[in-house]
Design a protein around this ligand. Structure first.
Ligand SMILES: [Zn+2]
Length: 113
């Protein structure tokens, strides 16, 4: 899959990265959540990360995927996840996470406007 990423500490390193398809069981403790991203936003935090003001890559990667303001549909959850189920819609940002059950989500327009 493709993702927009930066090399932390290297200004203006924004680029398209290739990542393997994620799997729920890759997350230890049965706490993985697989989400199909339907909408993603890029905000000032992403700009500051691309300006190399802060940000760190995960341990096994040289780059950091940006676009933390997102909305998507849950495809799968690990056995120890509570409060999320497949087909629920979920939004996350640096201001907190939100979730809506399938009855609360819009049917034809999956993302917020
Ligand atoms: Zn943000």
């Amino acid at each position: 899959m493709k993702a927009v990423a930066v090399f932390p500490g290297k200004p203006n390193s924004i680029h398209l990265a290739d990542l393997p398809e994620p799997k729920v069981d890759e997350i230890l403790g049965g706490r993985g959540v697989l989400v199909e991203v339907l909408r993603v936003g890029v905000d000032g935090t992403d700009k500051e990360i691309n300006d190399a003001e802060y940000g760190e890559a995960p341990v096994v990667y040289e780059f950091l995927v940006i676009g933390h303001e997102s909305f998507g549909r849950v495809l799968g959850v690990g056995p120890n996840v509570r409060g999320l189920e497949p087909d629920h819609y979920h939004g996350g940002s640096d201001r907190g996470a939100q979730q809506d059950g399938p009855d609360d989500a819009t049917s034809d327009e999956p993302g917020p406007t």
